[in-house]
Write a protein that binds this ligand. Sequence first.
Ligand SMILES: Nc1ncnc2c1ncn2[C@@H]1O[C@H](COP(=O)(O)OP(=O)(O)OP(=O)(O)O)[C@@H](O)[C@H]1O
Ligand SMILES: [Mg+2]
Length: 594
Amino acid sequence: MVLFAFRSLWARKIRSALTALGVATCVLALTTVDGMLGHMHAERAQDVARFSDRVLLQPRGAGYPPFRSMLRQEWVATVLQRPDIVTDKSTPLLLLVLEPADNPMDVAGVIGLGLWPGREQAWIGDVQAISGRATLAEAGANAVILGAQAAHFYGVSAAGETVTLAGREWHVAGILRKAGPAKLDTVDNLVIMPLAEAQAIPGVEGWVSAVLLTAERGQAPTLARSLREAYSTLEVYTQDDVRRVLTGELDLPGRFLGMLSWATFIIAVLLVTNVMSIAVRERAQEVAPIRPIGERRWAILGYTLTESLMLSLSGGILGMLAAVPTAYLLGWTWILAWGEGLRLTGLVLASGLLAGVYPAYHAVRLYPEVLRYDELRRQMEEIAAEKRAMDQAYRHLVRGREEERERLARELHDQAIQSLVGLKFHLAEQAPGAQTGLQAEIDAVIQTLRSLCADLRPPALDRLGLVAALRSYLDDFSIRTGIRVELRVEGDEQRLAPEVELTLFRVAQEALTNVWKHAQAPKVEVGLRFGEEGVELIVRDRGRGFVVPERWGTLAGAGHFGLVGMYERMALVGGTLRLASAPGQGTAVTAWVR
Ligand SMILES: Nc1ncnc2c1ncn2[C@@H]1O[C@H](COP(=O)(O)OP(=O)(O)OP(=O)(O)O)[C@@H](O)[C@H]1O
Ligand SMILES: [Mg+2]
């Protein structure tokens, strides 16, 4: 099945390749779009994960992340004394945009995060450093910790180096490594600095953005509730709130990108459907490729679907392969996930199946008909060949019979008649005047033999042509039967091929015999017309007439061979025979030959 599908696709190489390329483009687009969406979701999921067991207490309407600094640090310090929090994982914090995002895919640019040294875990969790340390405790006032992306941005490669930001020199205490299963983390773009130094940058000493509180495991909802009761003028952000805000932001782009991926999926399906429909239709024109499939519905369905699947799959594989360099080129290597690959394979298979449904339905209806038609044509060809062979045999038979008749006529003429003539003279010599009775009898026999000869093979036909032979035969017929004969010749008489002349003569002979045997007519008209487009012979009587059977075969079946013979002999010389008759209306036999 796969081999057949492959052969069929190979037979239409260029079209298949173009379709596969089209599908590949769709798959590439799908990969990129889905990758983008997946990346955005993953990034936000990490932010959400950060807030398990944590809450943010911040000014109303500050949103997430809270970039406004509207809380007094002094007051915030009192909150940090609450007994229901994990103190060393809770801190006041200040968020600053150090460098704005330089492209829409880059979520936030470089963010400055000011917090109490030693309390970094409150925000970054258990992230470790690839260089230096992951805490600012005892690192001095001028120290910063950089996320990997931020380090890259400022050209810092190891802890211990210095970095200039916000117009000041800083000592790099550590660089954080990428963390998390997806190898991306929102700590990547952070510059963590002591709170007091961070406040000095925009000049908001004594003010913070929010206070991050860590609860005991599973106690965050309880903490949030009691915070809301205690500080009704502030806003409490729990993990659920963060999730709502962050995923809400992806609603519109997510819907748009989702629509885009549906569109590419549908385009891929339509592309394959179209090409498969053309292939199915084309194959129906030439039977050879569908003969091996046969008429069974399931087989046709299977073959067509396999072909469609292979087309879609080849495009899919091409597209997925193309996604690798594209991802590296764009720097979006995060779109290359195994899960995404699996999902795409599924999509490509689904598109192949979907695309194959209509062409398969079409093929199931079309192919059995084509095959049956093919079988019929083959049978007809066989019958035609048999007919040709039979015509050949018939021609051979007719020719043999004519030769036999000719030989018989010659023998009769040269032997029997000559002997009788000799005998007659012999008698006259031996007894002149006597035996006249015997002589008359011999004459009668000679006459009978002569007319037999003429009937067997008209001697005038070869020498004098059709008209003379017919005239002589008609005279004889009239005398023999007492039926009046009227011969009319039109056009310029000309000699025809010997076979044609003999055939027309035999047709006339048989038609006249029929008039004599069946018509009961006193008179018969014979017409011979030589025209531009051929010769026409008509034998017409005004006798009894008869019901002409629809098929010649019925006559032969009933033991009547005269008319069938005429018809066959005319066909052998490429002519036609028409018969017009009706009871009481007489009969007309018309033979025509070019
Ligand atoms: N001119 C005619 N007038 C009336 N009936 C005719 C005429 N020619 C043919 N028929 C009818 O058509 C039938 C078929 O003619 P056909 O010449 O094929 O066979 P046949 O004359 O009966 O036998 P044969 O095989 O010896 O010719 C005849 O039996 C006769 O009934
Ligand atoms: Mg007859």
